[in-house]
Design a protein around this ligand. Structure first.
Ligand code: PMP
Ligand code: GLN
Length: 389
């Protein structure tokens, strides 16, 4: 029998699927895969259900239903002051995952280089490698995940076709500052590159640090592409509705990819997400504070266990330094697996977000959960810690 594709065969099952399966197997509290306990706005779920019964459930237009494309453009204007042509600059996809793939398929050639910032979301590098593209990974420096500017400048070259920028950043919880974005924009511009901006956590920011789309910076309107996800903005991760805002010249080849990958996205979900993007400001502004309470609850509990917690200004995720809990010669993956069995709590090893020589002392914990879920995890960790002494 001939083998399947060698590049993809060299990767295991994604860490999120693997750890959620372990959680089910061991009836563990799952602070691994990033999905909220919250069920999402009832009005959206009702609208999606009613559309299935009463609506037109045939292929919607390839670029997305007009109402949703208009809603994305209006959202971009309302929150970021962007002037977007909904007909030529917005594409609806089946989740941000498809949006990323479409961007890579539509913009890249074999042999191109792409600059990634590590820790990087787990789909970027495998897909790029499968396309014969060379990822140039630059590591941010914990605990604040600062930009190593000289290394970054050195990673860009004439071969660089694009930068992938994920802000707010999974798993680091970092929200890039205007100063950092200005620096990245200067590199993108100097090297005549694109920037694919994974902004799925755009509304999930805490405190004073605002989310600033790279696209709003001088010189970036023609080079930056913004990806959003209804999964994150409406706590409906299973829906897989994503949206790309991009200059028309970049969106054209990306649309060619979309037409061959999924072609369309379920119309009832598009209809409901269009309603969602039109919700009042209070809905969007309430997301960060609600999540910050979960972050603070989890952080306080972890601090009581005398474990260092890294700063977190956005996303669903808190990074913990588990050095003092690691067994001798134990890495983060082995530790997380042991923790499921011994403590009944699922966390994600940070090494999953690195291509090579990852840090081995950090784990990611998800806090977009009900208080009871966070408290149950903390109680289990406390019981486990007291048994270790
Ligand atoms: N990018 C990042 C950074 C993510 O955390 C996720 C996880 N949901 C995605 C993309 C994929 O989003 P979607 O579920 O809309 O495909
Ligand atoms: N984005 C989610 C996370 O980081 C996982 C999505 C998935 O399971 N593929 O936890």
């Amino acid at each position: 029998m001939k083998a399947g594709n060698a590049t993809l065969s060299s990767y295991g099952t994604t860490i999120f699927e693997a750890m959620s399966a372990l959680a089910r197997e061991h009836a563990a509290v799952n602070l691994g895969q990033g999905f909220p306990d919250d069920r999402g706005p009832l009005a959206l779920r009702q609208a999606a259900a009613e559309f299935v019964v009463d609506g037109h459930n045939q292929y919607p237009p390839m670029m997305g239903m007009a109402a949703l494309r208009q809603a994305v453009a209006a959202h971009d204007r309302r929150f970021y002051g962007l002037d977007v042509d909904w007909q030529t600059e917005v594409l609806i996809t089946s989740g941000a995952t498809e949006a990323l793939l479409d961007c890579f398929l539509g913009l890249l050639e074999v042999g191109d280089e792409v600059v990634l910032l590590e820790p990087a979301y787990d789909t970027y590098a495998p897909v790029l490698r499968r396309l014969g593209v060379v990822p140039r990974s630059v590591r941010l420096v914990p605990p604040t995940w600062s930009l190593p500017r000289d290394e970054l400048a050195a990673a860009f070259s004439g071969k660089t076709k694009l930068l992938v920028l994920n802000s707010p950043m999974n798993p680091a919880g970092k929200v890039f500052t205007r100063d950092e974005l200005t620096f990245l924009a200067s590199l993108v511009e100097r090297h005549d590159a694109f920037a694919v901006c994974d902004e799925v956590y755009e509304h999930l920011v805490f405190g004073d640090a605002p989310h600033i789309p790279l696209m709003t910076l001088p010189g970036m309107r023609d080079r930056a592409l913004r990806i959003g996800s209804a999964g994150k903005t409406f706590s409906l991760t299973g829906w897989k509705v994503g949206y790309i805002t991009a200059p028309a010249h970049a969106l054209r080849p990306i649309t060619k990819a979309h037409q061959f990958v999924t072609f369309t996205t379920p119309p009832n979900l598009q209809h409901a997400v269009a309603l969602g993007l039109g919700l009042e400001d209070a809905y969007f502004h309430g997301l960060g504070p609600a999540l910050a309470r979960g972050r603070d609850r989890l952080a306080a509990g972890v601090a009581a266990l005398e474990l260092p917690v890294l700063p977190c200004d956005g996303t669903y995720f808190l990074v913990l330094d588990v050095t003092r809990w690691l067994g001798s010669d134990e890495d983060d993956v082995a530790f997380c697996r042991r923790l499921v069995v011994e403590a009944g709590v699922v966390l994600i090893p940070m090494s999953a977000f690195y291509e090579a020589a990852p840090p081995r002392h950090l784990v990611r914990a998800c806090f977009c959960k009900a208080d009871a879920t966070i408290d149950a995890a903390l109680l289990r960790l406390q019981a486990w810690v007291s048994k270790q002494r």
